[in-house]
Design a protein around this ligand. Structure first.
Ligand code: DC
Length: 223
């Protein structure tokens, strides 16, 4: 049997935006006493810094040349995750529309991915962590004993995302999600795809607690 100690387990949760990855990952980590890493926040922090520095986010060579520079730090408490760039707290700034609109092209640049991959592996270290993103089960932690591919209908995803920011239009959010899906799934380096051995959970018809229960059940089965 495949057994993993609670102290070293890695739970990889991948899927498109709005599928419930963050709430599920934080809930699972809190219930199991594990750390939590939001790799999307790292790509957003990199994007925020590029915009702040005036780097043209649609110029892959310019993005690649700058990718080594920002110092990005992630706090891994699931109940109070933090993210900073060059010691500045950017947890609110990275959720803005300009970052959301620019994050997929920046994330497609191989130098950005290589830089953040090294940071992600450093944070994962010996394990004991739930990691969410797009390429965790395929690239970042392919040996993770529990891999989840979390999806939901585009309508459900748009309603959830729009509800996070007051006054957001659901239709516009749906278009923005689908446009990011296309870029994230179609890029050459580490595209969003279901990892080998991943459990596919479609969260459309489930409550958050029900999805957390399912993932915790899968973790309990391997340890
Ligand atoms: O999870 P999120 O919506 O905050 O992620 C923002 C973007 O970051 C997403 O559109 C693609 C990119 N991303 C990625 O390329 N690889 C990851 N592991 C996580 C996020």
């Amino acid at each position: 049997m495949n057994t993993s100690s609670p102290a070293t387990i890695v739970v990889a949760i991948d899927g498109p935006s709005g599928s419930g990855k963050s709430s599920t990952s934080r809930g699972v980590a809190t219930r199991l006493g594990l750390r939590y890493l939001d790799t999307g926040a790292m790509f957003r922090a990199m994007t925020w810094w590029m915009l702040e520095q005036g780097v043209d986010v649609h110029d892959p060579a310019a993005v690649a040349a700058a990718a080594h520079a920002p110092v990005i730090r992630s706090g891994t408490d699931p109940q109070a995750p933090t993210i900073s760039v060059d010691s500045r707290d950017v947890s609110a700034a990275i959720r803005g529309q300009q970052v959301t609109d620019s994050v997929s092209p920046v994330s497609s640049v191989p130098e950005v991915r290589a830089r953040l991959l090294a940071l992600q592996r450093e944070i994962i270290g010996a394990g004991g962590i739930v990691v969410e993103g797009r390429d965790i089960g395929t690239v970042v932690a392919p040996d993770a004993p529990v891999k989840i591919y979390l999806t939901a209908d585009p309508e459900a995803r748009a309603v959830r995302r729009a509800a996070e920011v007051a006054g957001t239009d659901v239709l516009a959010t749906r278009e923005s999600l689908l446009s990011r899906d296309r870029i994230d799934s179609g890029r050459a380096t580490a595209p969003l795809t279901m990892a080998e051995g991943a459990h596919h959970i479609d969260s459309t018809a489930y409550t958050l607690d029900e999805v957390i229960d399912q993932v915790v059940g899968l973790v309990d089965a391997v340890r």
